[in-house]
Design a protein around this ligand. Structure first.
Ligand code: CTP
Length: 432
């Protein structure tokens, strides 16, 4: 895109009930100052008509390869080359599968195979289809090949079932598009730290660095079937691990119990309890950067019942609790302290004040603080958006509210800059 030209989006609309949301997305894209051209599959046309799309986008709508046979029309290669970003929304299980293996049997899939532009896919499908091993494989393959696959929302579905697979609201999809295009109003550095496939990996910001990330909740067993847990989804920590790997780092991700795909290029160690997480962190040191994103349970039961506690036998059980190790504080106090130690602080009140106190108490270099107040910490815990403030010895750097993967890239960009400036090195030589 030339400076001053509006960015151009090629929107591929697949065949699912969520296709109706693409109408609102087109409106938001136009309102945000970008141009949009639509391709709609045969299935998509069962839900939305090309005429509606043409009226909203104020551009021709393409439905079939033969639309383009006239030489006066753009060829399918040209159609994709004219775009700055290709967005597939909704991306059905069928479209994802065809994209993953490179099937080109209609206009949409042919354009997707022909494009050399960044592609973002926004899946929407029934929860069983989303969780099917075939879809998991296809999504993993697409992510590996550089397609940005957005995580679907969870909740009640049009088919009457519940679970992950809902198309995120058009505002959230637009937020991700605008971040990717670096439009005004979007965080300027949201694209920093993204893999630059034109550039030698040796020149990426975190090349040669070992980054240690904890993510997700911990489960503290009470008996063989019960545990103490919290609402952490692990999404922010996984996004940070992904962004660090994309920036060239060797990444060790110590993950609590979450159902998330392992980001490409990340070394994942699964744990259940805080004590297992503490052990895995120690084993993974030394590192140049430690980023403790996990919502570690502060307490565990003093004793774990060997057999399932029976209501009849125990009556109302009195659970005696004991404190878990503080993984962040212990790492910061250890002889293997990484050059840059970063903690997170989920707070429901006095967010900055609590983060400043936490930074001093745990001897962290930075604390990334976020407000999780609201019903069930709903906006942040489990959601896709985050609004963070980075507290360091130089003050407080407040970022705009943005999707968690954009927060991750912004944080990694700052880490890259800090390492370059201070020549921070945790003494890890395993990268050679
Ligand atoms: N943390 C940790 N080990 C623990 C508790 C927390 O490593 N046992 C880390 C978290 O990963 C996070 C930071 O410490 O990076 C802050 O976590 P938080 O739960 O907000 O802090 P707490 O110490 O539990 O403080 P409080 O509950 O009083 O807010």
């Amino acid at each position: 895109m030339n400076a001053g030209d509006p960015p151009r989006i090629l929107l591929v609309i697949g065949g699912g009930i969520a296709a109706y949301k693409s109408c609102e997305l087109i409106r938001l894209i136009r309102k945000g100052g970008a141009q949009v051209t639509c391709i709609i599959t045969r299935g998509g046309q069962q839900f939305v008509t090309p005429m509606t799309l043409a009226a909203l986008s104020e551009n021709p709508v393409y439905t079939a390869l033969w639309d383009l046979k006239n030489e006066a029309e753009m060829g399918h290669i040209q159609l994709s080359r004219e775009a700055d970003l290709v967005v597939v929304c909704p991306a059905t299980a069928d479209l994802l599968a065809k994209m993953a293996v490179g099937i080109a049997d209609d206009l949409a899939t042919t354009v997707l195979l022909a494009t050399d532009k960044p592609v973002m896919a926004v899946p929407a499908m029934n929860v069983r289809m989303w969780e099917h091993a075939a879809t998991r494989r296809n999504v993993a393959a697409l992510r590996q090949s550089g397609v940005h696959v957005v995580e679907p929302d969870a909740g009640p579905m049009a088919c009457g079932e519940f679970g992950a697979g809902r198309l995120p609201e058009p505002e959230a999809v637009w937020a991700q598009i605008s971040q990717r295009l670096s439009l005004p109003g979007a965080a300027v550095d949201a694209l920093a730290g993204q893999p630059d496939f034109d550039r030698d990996p040796a020149h990426r910001a975190l090349h040669g660095k070992h980054v240690l990330v904890t993510a997700g909740p911990t489960h503290e067993p009470i008996d063989p079937v019960r545990y103490i847990a919290n609402r952490s989804s692990g999404k922010q920590g996984f996004a940070i691990a992904e962004a660090a790997a994309a920036a060239g780092a060797r990444v060790s991700l110590i993950a609590g119990p979450v159902q998330l795909d392992t980001p490409h290029g990340v070394d994942r160690i699964n744990v259940e309890s805080a004590r297992e997480m503490a052990e895995a962190v120690t084993a993974a040191l030394p590192a140049d950067v430690g980023i403790m994103v996990a919502a570690v349970a502060d307490w565990r039961t003093k004793d774990i019942a060997r057999e399932k506690m029976k209501k009849r036998d125990t009556g109302l059980p009195a659970l005696e609790l004991t404190e878990n190790p503080d993984i962040l504080a212990d790492m910061a106090a250890s002889s293997q302290r990484p050059g840059l130690v970063i903690g997170f602080a989920a707070e429901t009140q006095d967010v900055i004040g609590n983060a400043i106190a936490k930074r001093a108490r745990k001897n962290a270099d930075w604390i990334v603080a976020n407000d999780v107040s609201g019903p069930r910490g709903k906006s942040v815990m489990g959601g896709d958006m985050n609004h963070v403030h980075i507290v360091s010895d130089t003050g407080v750097d407040s970022l705009d509210a943005m999707p968690k993967d954009a927060v991750a890239r912004a944080l990694i960009a700052r880490i890259g800059a800090a390492l370059a400036q201070n020549n921070i090195d945790g003494g890890d030589t395993r990268n050679g």
